[in-house]
Ligand binder design. Structure first.
Ligand SMILES: NC(=O)C1=CN([C@@H]2O[C@H](COP(=O)(O)OP(=O)(O)OC[C@H]3O[C@@H](n4cnc5c(N)ncnc54)[C@H](OP(=O)(O)O)[C@@H]3O)[C@@H](O)[C@H]2O)C=CC1
Ligand SMILES: O=C(O)CCC(=O)C(=O)O
Length: 406
């Protein structure tokens, strides 16, 4: 879904909900888009400069919330689109946050660890006037994990040490992170799959699952699902796919990935989309499933672990083929839900256990699934349309209560 397609979806939701045109106007233009230079010193001592971005799409529901991506192809348009999806996701999940997202256009595979640290610290030095625990709260996204968030917090706090600082989420628990955030996005994907299976009177046991991506979301989806009795028939990264129709040994394959940086599969990266399975989880980059790929997929369900992995054309093909899609703003919302719990825990200076965090997550995911499913049944539309209608209803209620629209 590109920006035009997103606004077409908001338009459709707005007509369905019989909302005033002002509703769309209030969501059309991001509140703030920042694009700035990020200078850093290379290991050889020369100065290099990359681009950094942060978009606050909407603060209607609360402070901006959304991850930061480190990827050579990211740009301001992608960042703003991802920020708009965060507005929808946070609304659907009933979180007190607006939508935001950030990006750094650099390739982590071309940077040493020290260079990566210098890029990230430089990005945060430039961004720090615009973020804050009640203004805009960044978190992990592609190629950003606990270590990078730790550098960000340290740079932001140069003169203040506050272990409860809620300006970033996705922190290591020793510096105020909530236990469970690292696997939360994947755990949320699994909860939505279970909700969908329940509707079909099916279970996870022996369910065949193929996963695109072996990073944070993909690897934890594989671990959690295998642990619960599903059979992981394929997993891919940017260079290959490992396939075994009888079930791959998840821990072994992920250990190879950790040790060598690659899964070392015998098949092309794109082969993951052709493997027969019950559920396919795209958990890598946006736009991975286009119209042509959609015709090859042999699954009953696609659960979007990634943001925007299915193009609008592909969505139409999948709908025609009777393949359900659990949309990103629902399926991968577990990360931001547990980020919200981390932010709340920090604000209240509490300590939460992993069990508490993951049980709250399950509650949020089930509630959001049933809200979406109710809209789906009432309106006779796909899960994606139902999720957007539900999110837009929430946003419109807030606008009406504030007197912003009639
Ligand atoms: N982290 C989070 O909490 C959340 C993430 N998301 C979304 O989930 C997706 C994945 O994020 P995350 O797991 O954090 O990112 P990571 O950086 O941890 O992992 C990304 C994975 O995608 C793989 N990949 C990249 N390009 C391709 C490709 N062309 N084919 C196959 N695999 C590819 C990478 O391969 P390689 O290892 O070879 O580079 C890597 O395994 C993104 O869309 C992100 O926006 C959504 C909600 C929350
Ligand atoms: O954890 C968060 O705050 C945001 C996660 C995120 O970027 C996403 O859901 O796409």
């Amino acid at each position: 879904m590109n920006t035009q397609e997103l606004y077409a979806m908001i338009n459709e939701a707005s007509e369905h909900l019989e909302l005033h045109d002002d509703f769309q106007q209030l969501l059309r233009i991001p509140e703030r888009q920042l694009a700035f230079s990020v200078p850093y010193e290379s290991d050889e001592g020369s100065m290099r400069v990359v681009e950094g971005f942060r978009t606050l799409h909407s603060s209607l529901l609360g402070p901006g919330k959304g991850g930061i991506r480190l990827h050579p192809e990211t740009n301001i348009d992608e960042t703003s689109l991802l920020a708009s999806w965060m507005t929808m996701k946070n609304a659907l999940m009933h979180l007190p946050f607006g939508g935001a997202k950030g990006g750094i256009a650099a390739d982590p595979k071309q940077l040493s660890d020290k260079e990566r640290e210098r890029v990230i610290r430089s990005y945060i030095r430039k961004l720090s006037p615009y973020i804050g625990r009640d203004q805009d709260i960044p978190a992990p996204d592609v190629n950003i994990g606990q270590q990078e968030i730790g550098w960000m917090l340290d740079e932001y706090e140069k003169h203040l040490h506050d272990p409860y600082n809620a300006v970033f989420t996705g922190k290591d628990p020793v510096i105020g992170g909530i236990p469970g955030r690292v696997e939360a996005t994947a755990a949320g994907v699994v909860h939505t799959i279970r909700c969908w299976l329940k509707e079909q009177d099916r279970s996870l046991n022996n369910l065949k699952v193929a996963i695109q991506g072996a990073g944070n979301v993909g690897s934890f989806c594989a671990r959690i699902l295998a642990d619960k009795g599903a059979i992981i028939t394929a997993i891919s990264d940017s260079s290959s796919t490992v396939i075994d129709e009888n079930g791959i040994n998840v821990e072994k394959v992920l250990k190879t990935k950790t040790d060598t940086g690659s899964l070392g599969g015998d098949h092309e990266s794109s082969a993951v989309f052709e493997v027969p399975c019950d559920v396919l989880i795209p958990a890598a980059m946006g736009g991975a499933i286009d119209e042509e790929t959609a015709r090859l997929i042999q699954a009953d369900l696609i659960a979007e672990g990634a943001n925007g992995p299915v193009t609008a054309d592909a969505d139409r093909v999948l709908e025609e083929r009777g393949i359900d899609v659990l949309p990103d703003i629902l399926a991968n919302a577990g990360g931001v839900v547990v980020s919200y719990l981390e932010w709340r825990m920090n604000e209240r200076k509490e300590e939460w256990s992993k069990a508490d965090a993951l049980s709250q997550l399950e509650h949020y995911m089930r509630q959001a699934f049933s809200r979406t499913n109710r809209t789906k049944q009432e309106s006779g539309v796909s899960y994606r349309r139902a999720a957007y209608y539900t999110a837009c209803r929430r946003l419109a209620d807030v606008m009406q209560a504030r007197g912003l629209i009639k």
